[in-house]
Design a protein around this ligand. Sequence first.
Ligand code: DC
Length: 223
Amino acid sequence: MKNVNIAVDGPSGAGKSTLARRLAERLGYIYVDTGALYRAIAYDMLQHHAESEQDIAERLPELDIAIDYQDGVQHVLVNGEDVSGLIRTPEVSMGASRVSAIPAVRQFLFDLQQRLAREHSVVMDGRDIGTVVLPDADVKIFLTATPEKRAWRRYLELEEKQPGVQSYEDVLADVIRRDEQDMNRAIAPLKQAEDAVLVDTTDADLAQSEQMLLDVCKEKLRL
Ligand code: DC
């Protein structure tokens, strides 16, 4: 039977990773967090002090990036080392944003992402999945919410971890800056695919958002 491919794209803070993971669980598919792949490359580049675009491109052939699942949770391995616990730092976030603008990096991950989608039924989340990586995906969802709402959710998350460190205004400014960067980069910018279904979670909680995604998939896949 043909594998089913579901693409979930959208800006940061729209709830993509949580919702895409839950959707994959509900449908019994594999969840692929493509941001983690860019983060893994950024982590390796930081470790090896590969800074220029040329250094980074030259290091790519040395890299074996793989994903593995433990209790349904995605782990990323770089040359056999599980780096999953090391790629959520602000330094790696910055690095990921930088490496993700390099054509050679995007090509390298393009091949890996396409192979995963050929071999498994997947819910793949990212920025360019419906537009570039899986243009023939069975379902394409563009998940968004207003910048204010996305910043508010991120602010609450941060407050829980480290109260009083960042103000809501700072978080909002950051969200707006990242949107700008993601939407205006020359290569594979964040944009809604023409045939993607727009799901706006501004006024929905997690359970409602999950139901909205599931409804779209059920309709498209005739489940
Ligand atoms: O979703 P995230 O924050 O883990 O993504 C990390 C970085 O990778 C972010 O700067 C956007 C980039 N990215 C991308 O360019 N294309 C993807 N498909 C996924 C992430």
